[in-house]
Structure formats: structure tokens, C-alpha cells
Design a protein around this ligand. Structure first.
Ligand code: ADP
Length: 267
């Protein structure tokens, strides 16, 4: 089983103020997936500009101040849920048109979090889809949270990767982003940032000096989820899905540039 993440930064124009698809990337990547070989495949995609602008505007996941504030946040929940569902529908259609038996799985209809971490999630459905030869496609969404002070929150595709990885024990976890992997600092801001071939722990990063290794923004949260997974013996690799052929090669187990996240003890 392979779990493949398609970053929101790859399939959407991430910095856009309103939902904007990256048609070219999406079409190319779904063709690459369709022409690669796999037994069981789960695709998880991010929300990019289809989710973040709304989640931010309505401060979903922040403490609820009063009833008006909650009503406002609930409206934001509905809007965000609707846009990320649209993105998922576009992704599934693109996959299907290119020959992948993609089925949509909506997180907000079966996942509940507690303090923003997945608390209830029935994986039987996912397993059943896989057994029947479908490719489940799940995504970053808004969900109900058990914590009374927030009641609702954002569930990232990266947390789904961590939870699915831990519970479904895939043989491979591949994350396609818009950079070549984890660098010593944000490569978009620093031309002297160096790509790290492997990352083995948070301490590693700190030990190498927060002066030298600086992982921020989306990549920071992602790396923490992946290090969690590595602790459970599940190795993952981050590659650049923006580069032509990389997703196909990675699924086919061919070597591509990237960063492997694993524990020190694993080979
Ligand atoms: P995705 O949408 O692909 O899941 P994110 O946008 O959440 O990914 O995170 C990827 C971004 O993280 C990159 O575009 C990069 O600008 C940023 N980033 C920050 N620090 C680092 C780092 N040390 N190494 C790599 N990327 C980094």
C-alpha cells in the first residue's frame, strides 16, 4: 500500500487570494499516477487556496468568544467545507478521466478531532474501498472537535497522512510538495539553503543548530507529523511534485531527489 500526498502548493496556486487551481500540474500529475504501477493507493491532497484563505478569515479552530463569534465561525466552516469539497471533486474527476478509479472520501463526514488531533475515524470504509480496487481520495478539511472551547477545527492533509500511516501501515508514504524536500532553511527565501537527504528527528534539527536548520510554515507542521510517523517505524519521502515525472518515478520506486524522514535506527 502506498499513501501519496499531493500538496495544496502543487495542485492549487497557493498564494492566490481566492480558490485557484493549477490545471497544468493537476493534469500532468493525475496522468503520471494513472501510468504508474501500484497495488493499493490512497491519495491525500491539501487544500491550498481552496481552504486556507477561508479558514484564516473565519479563524476556524481558534477559541470561540461568544455566540455571535461561533455563528460567524460556523458560516466559515460551511464555506470552507464547500470549497475543499469542490477541489476534491475536481481532483477525482481529473484522476478518473485519466484512468484512475478514484473515489471521494470526505473527512468532515466521518472524522472528529479532540484538541485538533484525530479522535474518531473509522478506517473500515477506506480498507473496503482498497480491497475492491478503488483509489480513495481524501483531503484537508474542516471537522468537528470535541473540545468545547473550539468546537470545530481545520484538519490538515498532513495529519491525515500521519493517522493513516500509523493505522494502515503502508509500505510507502510519498509527499509531493513544491520544493525538492526539507532544506536547511526555506529555499524560497534563501538561495543558500541546502537540501537534506534525510531527517531523523526533531532533535537532529535542533542539534544541527536552529541557526542552521530552520523549517517554517507548512513544512514545519508536515515534518512534525512525519517524524511522529517515523517513530512508529513508518518512513516517508518528500519530493517535488512540480517536477515532471517525479510522482510517477516515486510511485514506481525509482530514485528521485528528495528528503527521507526516518528514525536513526532504520537503514
Ligand atoms: P504543501 O502544500 O506542499 O503540503 P506547504 O506549502 O504546506 O506544502 O509547505 C511547503 C513550503 O514550506 C515550501 O513551499 C517552502 O516555502 C516552505 N518551507 C519553509 N521552511 C522550509 C524548509 N526548511 N525546507 C523546505 N521548505 C520549507
Amino acid at each position: 500500500m502506498i499513501i501519496l500526498k499531493l500538496g495544496g502548493s502543487v495542485i492549487t496556486k497557493k498564494e492566490a487570494k481566492k480558490p485557484t487551481l493549477d490545471h497544468d500540474n493537476l493534469d500532468r500529475i493525475t496522468k503520471e499516477i494513472a501510468s504508474s504501477s501500484f497495488d493499493k493507493l490512497i491519495i491525500v491532497h491539501g487544500a491550498g487556496s481552496f481552504g486556507h484563505p477561508f479558514a484564516r478569515e473565519y479563524a476556524i479552530g481558534s477559541e470561540i468568544k461568544d455566540e455571535d463569534d461561533f455563528n460567524h465561525k460556523k458560516l466559515g466552516f460551511c464555506i470552507t467545507q464547500s470549497w475543499v469539497k469542490k477541489l476534491n471533486s475536481i481532483v477525482c474527476e481529473s484522476l478518473r478521466e485519466n484512468g484512475v478509479l478514484a473515489v471521494s472520501v470526505q473527512p468532515s463526514s466521518f472524522i472528529i478531532t479532540k484538541n485538533k488531533r484525530i479522535y474518531a475515524c473509522d478506517l473500515n470504509l477506506i480498507n473496503k474501498y482498497l480491497d475492491l480496487g478503488f483509489v480513495p481520495v481524501i483531503y484537508g478539511d474542516v471537522v468537528i472537535d470535541m473540545d468545547e472551547s473550539i468546537k470545530i477545527c481545520v484538519l490538515s492533509g498532513d495529519q491525515i497522512i500521519q493517522y493513516f500511516g500509523e493505522n494502515l501501515k503502508p509500505s510507502r508514504v510519498i509527499l509531493g510538495s513544491d520544493v525538492d524536500g526539507i532544506y536547511t532553511k526555506d529555499p524560497k527565501k534563501h538561495s543558500n539553503a541546502e537540501l537534506m537527504e534525510t531527517v531523523t528527528s526533531c532533535q537532529d534539527l535542533a542539534a544541527e543548530g536552529s541557526l542552521n536548520v530552520d523549517v517554517t510554515g507548512g513544512m514545519n507542521g508536515k515534518l512534525r507529523e512525519l517524524l511522529d510517523l517515523a517513530e512508529m517505524g513508518i518512513e516517508s519521502e518528500i519530493i517535488n511534485a512540480g517536477r515532471e515525472g517525479f510522482i510517477k518515478k516515486a510511485i514506481n520506486h525509482e530514485k528521485v531527489i528528495g528528503t527521507v524522514v526516518k528514525t536513526k535506527n532504520s537503514k
